[in-house]
Design a protein around this ligand. Structure first.
Ligand code: PRX
Length: 648
């Protein structure tokens, strides 16, 4: 069924018909330089760009807005202080319900300036990396913007990652300054961010200063000469700090994300292209209106936090909500309460959160008003059609368009989404491409599938301003990951179907990346975390459909001979703890299956496809099993699966 934009919504929308969209889309494809040159004018440039695009697809080398100079912090903060000093820039929704703090643009500039001066006093210079390991507190926004102000490159690490993951990212980025908090309240728990940081930087001479936000009254050990309370440091400095005018292609930030091979990679985004793409997508995809209050629940450790909680709303002069808590804390009514308290107009969340809330029933939603809402957005993972309809019918009472937007850390901003006043929706489809984006479906042999009604690997032809330019310190890795499978095409790693109407339906990852509750995890990373345990000989990790998380983690493990007698329950517990410790709680496997062997070909390749089917309970159709080196291995796996099913 098609859901047409309602007349009420269309009335004030920026684009009001499919023709409006098609006209602009065609122009963006036929005259990209003219189109993006115009879009770039939404920013304030110290020096306007001389050229719009210079690209070499063979070398995966892209440059947007060459010759242009600008500063992201100036665009997000300073220019609004002149026109709307008293308007709330950020509303901080603290962990406890009903507790809010308003930060106006004037306050924001003052605090960002002071943090910028603190960073400088700790030796941070243009081009240096600063690692940020913070809960969702205002100082997180101040520090990111302060980095942008002085030309430093921020690398935010999600405060749910372990000490080991944090250390790996600090080492890779070469950061010498780290910003953390004494602890971070999150729901009923308190994340021990400082203790985790201490473990991460233990013996690491690279890290010279650790700045600590005093989020709670709890005292934490401070190492003299290395650790500094940020509030005390800020009190020593003024709120004025000159901005560093950056070249458009200068890096703005690095954000680590998981891929199908090796360690997480630092995806690098630039100042000009990223910001132009962020503000343009924000304007059209969320149908920006002057009095919007944008409430995105994403953590700043994800690209959604960077683009649609921080940079795009602030640069467009929109009030943004910084949400410290969880959708289920203290109960399933939390999001609706925040919406009502702050009169939020746009709500942007992930399908996993919606699935959890649906389970709690409609009563929590219905006791709130939600009258301020005019648009509902979802991203990060496929949204099941029934969840889409619940969002639309129950949360939005049929008034608000649901904008299911598809994109990635690497894309900087939304690539496929319904522009809400213009594009009719089909629940479960992200619909049509954004301006300047040319999706291409390719089969496994690299043949382009031209016709509608086809499924294949989703690629993007040509470049767009928000595209990541490289993997930090390793451009070859960038080429290998995104441009080697299908020459001259950006390979997304996602599978996709294009239906008869040309609508895109993302079917999920086709590589060895699992999307667990909207967070990307590489199976290779999970496997190395497991084999790092003394008892583990070999492991293979696969995903399986999970009612709440979208994808669950299932680990098949063989043990070393000296551990064969350990009870399976004890071993399962120990291995779950192991992954939690090495990567972080989000990565904890849902299932650990101890087996005596893994299904392999005679040359030793693990047949993951087979394991995926077994973990998903699709035991009737395992495909070709004749290549198995040891057929008895399969019997054991199937027997174990049947036992699990009968226990359910
Ligand atoms: O598999 C796709 C899924 O999330 C992946 C990107 O994750 P990340 O880099 O963390 O960026 C998240 C930005 C929203 C994609 O490769 N994904 C993201 N959005 C959607 C989605 N899958 C289906 N529908 C979406 N709307």
């Amino acid at each position: 069924m098609m859901y047409q934009p309602t007349d009420g919504f269309r009335w004030t929308a920026r684009l009001q018909s499919l023709e409006d969209y098609q006209l602009l889309y065609r122009r963006s494809i036929e005259k990209p330089e003219e189109f993006w040159g115009e879009m770039a004018q939404a920013l304030t440039w110290f020096h306007p760009p001389d050229t719009i695009l210079d690209a070499d697809l063979d070398l995966a080398d892209f440059s947007w807005f060459g010759g242009g100079r600008l500063n992201a912090c100036y665009n997000a903060v300073d220019r609004h202080v002149k026109t709307r000093p008293g308007k709330p820039a950020i509303i901080w929704a603290k962990n406890e319900p009903g507790e809010y703090e308003i930060i106006t643009w004037r306050d924001l500039k003052h605090n960002v300036g002071r943090v910028a001066n603190v960073l400088k006093a700790h030796g941070v210079r243009k081009g240096d990396r600063v690692c940020i390991y913070l809960p969702m507190v205002p100082e997180l926004a101040y520090t990111m913007l302060a980095c942008a102000r002085i030309g430093a490159v921020h690398s935010v690490v999600f405060a749910g990652f372990s000490a080991g993951s944090l250390r790996e990212r600090i080492l890779d980025s070469g950061a010498r300054v780290l910003v953390t908090a004494n602890e971070g309240p999150r729901g009923a728990k308190r994340v021990q961010t400082k203790a985790i940081t201490d473990e991460a930087v233990e013996g690491l001479s690279q890290v010279q200063s650790v700045l600590v936000v005093r989020r709670t009254e709890t005292h934490v050990p401070m190492q003299a000469g290395r650790d500094w309370w940020l509030d005390q440091e800020m009190s020593k400095h003024r709120g004025t700090c000159p901005v560093e005018w950056m070249a458009a292609e200068d890096p703005l930030f690095i954000l680590y994300t998981s891929g199908s091979t090796g360690k997480p990679k630092g995806v690098m985004h630039t100042t000009g292209g990223y910001l132009v793409y962020a503000v343009t997508t924000h304007r059209y995809v969320f149908d920006l209106q002057p009095d919007d209050v944008h409430f995105g629940t994403a953590d700043m450790g994800c690209i959604t936090g960077h683009t649609y909680v921080l940079y795009a709303p602030l640069t467009n002069g929109t009030t943004t909500v910084l949400f410290e808590s969880l959708p289920t804390y203290p109960d399933a009514g939390r999001l609706w309460q925040v919406v009502d308290d702050l009169k939020a107009t746009v709500l942007f969340t992930v399908p996993t959160a919606l699935r959890v809330l649906i389970r709690e029933g409609d009563a929590y939603v219905k006791k709130s008003s939600r009258k301020s809402l005019r648009l509902l957005a979802s991203a990060g993972e496929p949204i099941n059609p029934e969840v889409w309809r619940w969002y639309h019918d129950v949360v939005g009472e049929g008034r608000c368009p649901v904008v299911d937007n598809w994109w990635q850390t690497e894309t900087g901003g939304v690539l496929i989404a319904p522009l809400p006043g213009a594009i009719p929706c089909k629940p479960g489809s992200a619909t049509l491409p954004f301006f300047g984006i040319e999706p291409v479906l390719v089969d496994d042999e690299g043949r382009v599938l031209e016709a509608n009604g086809a499924s294949g690997n989703l690629c993007i032809a040509r470049t767009w301003p928000g595209q990541a330019r490289t993997v930090w310190g390793n451009h070859q890795h960038f080429i290998d990951t995104y441009y080697s499978r299908f020459p001259r095409l950006y390979f997304t790693g996602d599978g996709c179907r294009r239906d008869e109407d040309g609508y895109y339906w993302i079917t999920g990852r086709v590589d060895d990346v699992l999307n667990v509750s909207g967070i990307r995890l590489g199976t290779a990373e999970l496997e190395s975390a497991l084999v790092a345990h003394d008892a583990v000989a070999e492991s293979a990790v696969v995903g399986f459909p999970h009612e709440i998380k979208g994808t669950g983690v299932c680990a098949f493990v063989t043990l070393k001979p000296e551990y064969q007698d350990t009870s399976p329950e004890q071993m399962e517990g120990a291995l779950k703890k192991q992954v939690r410790h090495v990567i972080g709680p989000i990565a904890t496997p849902d299932q650990v299956r101890i087996v005596s062997g893994l299904p392999k070909t005679p040359s030793g390749t693990i047949l993951r496809r087979m394991l995926r089917k077994i973990a998903s309970g699709e035991t009737q159709d395992l495909g070709d099993t004749s290549t198995l080196a040891e057929p008895t291995v399969l019997d054991e796996l199937l027997k174990q699966q049947l036992q699990m099913e009968s226990r359910r």
